[in-house]
Design a protein around this ligand. Structure first.
Ligand SMILES: [Zn+2]
Length: 456
């Protein structure tokens, strides 16, 4: 929607042009030779480039010749410090917290977590992700990394009272001291980082999973989250081990347990939702939870979540990469392919899944009025892809190529809050090569401790 044409051009901070602009607004407008005017971090005008050139005098212009412009991607579940397991965990386990023989979260120092989180944030940005939900141990390190690289982020701690050392060998030992320490860490994060930089960094609560948190801890985190507002982030029905442990402990399934404790509602962002039978699917759908769908992780674990059934039952679907890679574009096509295998039919399309990775993800985390599409009044969070890349031709309806053929490597420029945070594929606020080097040094030390030689 264009604003009223002023009598003479008005100043703005930034004018972004593009050969093709995917707005992902309610009408799914696609603009040929489009432009976006930005002032004070907000989109103040969007429409044909020729019209905006008359209306605005920008302090800076991003030339969109050979560029496709789209909203920044929203990744609703991730753990940047777990980048340390990437390239190994895929073949030796599934969820790192349950896998022996790999670096353990409780081995890391705060500095280690920060170095790894910077790598994860850099990779996300490089692949066009502008908003990420990230939670792990030392969450303040994740908040600091996101703040420094310029990402919009929802950060939380990793609340649990199961002893991770015992869990890595398949035993559940719930300890009050561990639970209280993880609650304190999440509370400190909120006190220190919630609302940072005009709200670019927000903090929430994240109980790790129904099996790694006792009933008492889940009740307590539920009370704290209710008082805090925002979302509650968790892993749900991720592994057979989790389902069996909750059944043995409480006599119910993981979704039934969360329902009993008051956590199963439309504020819950539940990653995975893989091991669910019909009653669980209906319960989650009725509660209106958001499923943070991690198709690549599902595939590597050997079973796909019933997201089509969950959606039909009333759940919201949003997308995530969860640990393995920061490329949400790749995750989009995996989501489609996995469901086609699972359902033996063409049950999903590119437009729907692009919506999950943008608007629906933003709505799930309470940012539906702020980001997720390119519209006047929203934050200027956008991505420019190199339209001259061979993977982006031919452009017919555009959605198909973006989802089925593009990759994070086609991202050239990223703007968040109206600021250019990635240019020419390089972060503008940090040294990308130094980030990769620092993370490698941490990985070398930690994998050596796990008994592995490291070639890098
Ligand atoms: Zn996860």
């Amino acid at each position: 929607m264009s604003t009223q044409a002023p009598a003479s051009p008005e100043p703005c901070d930034l004018l972004v042009t593009g050969d093709t602009v995917f707005t992902l607004d309610a009408g799914s407008r696609v603009l040929k030779d489009g432009a976006i005017a930005v002032r004070d971090g907000l989109i103040v005008d969007i429409g044909p480039a020729a019209e905006l050139a008359v209306r605005w005098t920008p302090a800076r212009t991003l030339d969109g010749h050979d560029r496709i412009v789209m909203p920044g991607l929203v990744n609703v579940h991730n753990h940047t410090p777990l980048m340390i397991t990437r390239g190994m965990i895929e073949d030796i386990g599934f969820a790192p917290m349950y896998t022996p023989g790999i670096p353990q979260g409780h081995w890391l120092t705060e500095d280690d977590a920060y170095a790894l989180s910077r790598l994860g944030m850099y990779e996300l940005l490089r692949a066009g992700c502008t908003t990420v939900v990230d939670y792990y141990r030392y969450p303040s390190s994740c908040a600091r990394a996101a703040a420094e690289l310029g990402l919009r982020a929802v950060i939380a701690g990793r609340v649990h009272d199961a002893d991770p050392a015992a869990l890595a060998t398949g035993r559940y030992e719930h300890k009050t001291a561990i639970g209280q320490a993880s609650l304190a860490e999440n509370a400190e994060l909120i006190a220190r980082w919630n609302g940072h930089d005009g709200g670019r960094i927000r903090c929430d609560w994240a109980p790790h999973a129904p099996d790694t948190c006792s009933d008492d801890l889940l009740r307590e985190v539920g009370r704290l989250a209710e008082a805090h507002g925002g979302n509650v982030h968790t892993h749900l029905s991720q592994l057979p081990l989790e389902v069996e442990a909750v059944q043995a402990r409480s006599g119910v399934t993981p979704p039934q347990l969360l329902d009993k404790l008051g956590l199963l509602n439309d504020r819950l962002i539940a990653a995975h939702c893989i091991h669910m039978e019909r009653p669980d699917i209906e319960l989650c759908g009725k509660a209106g939870i958001t499923v943070a769908h991690a198709p690549i992780g599902n595939a590597k674990g050997g079973r796909i979540a019933p997201i089509v059934e969950l959606r039909e039952a009333g759940a919201r679907i949003a997308l995530c990469t969860d640990t393995f890679s920061g490329d949400l574009i790749e995750a989009m096509r995996w989501a489609i392919s996995m469901q086609r295998i699972n359902r033996q039919g063409n049950v999903l399309d590119a437009r729907t899944v692009l919506g999950w990775a943008t608007r629906d993800g933003a709505e799930a985390i309470g940012l539906g009025d702020t980001v997720g599409s390119l519209e006047v009044g929203k934050k200027a969070d956008l991505v420019m892809l190199d339209a001259s890349a061979p993977s982006l031709a031919p452009l017919v309806d555009g959605y198909g190529v973006l989802v089925h053929s593009a990759s994070g490597h086609d991202v050239d420029t990223v703007v968040i809050d109206g600021k250019v945070v990635l240019a020419g594929g390089k972060p503008t606020l940090a040294d990308g090569a130094a980030i990769a080097r620092d993370a490698q040094a941490v990985a070398r030390q930690q994998w050596n401790r796990a008994g592995r030689d490291v070639i890098g």
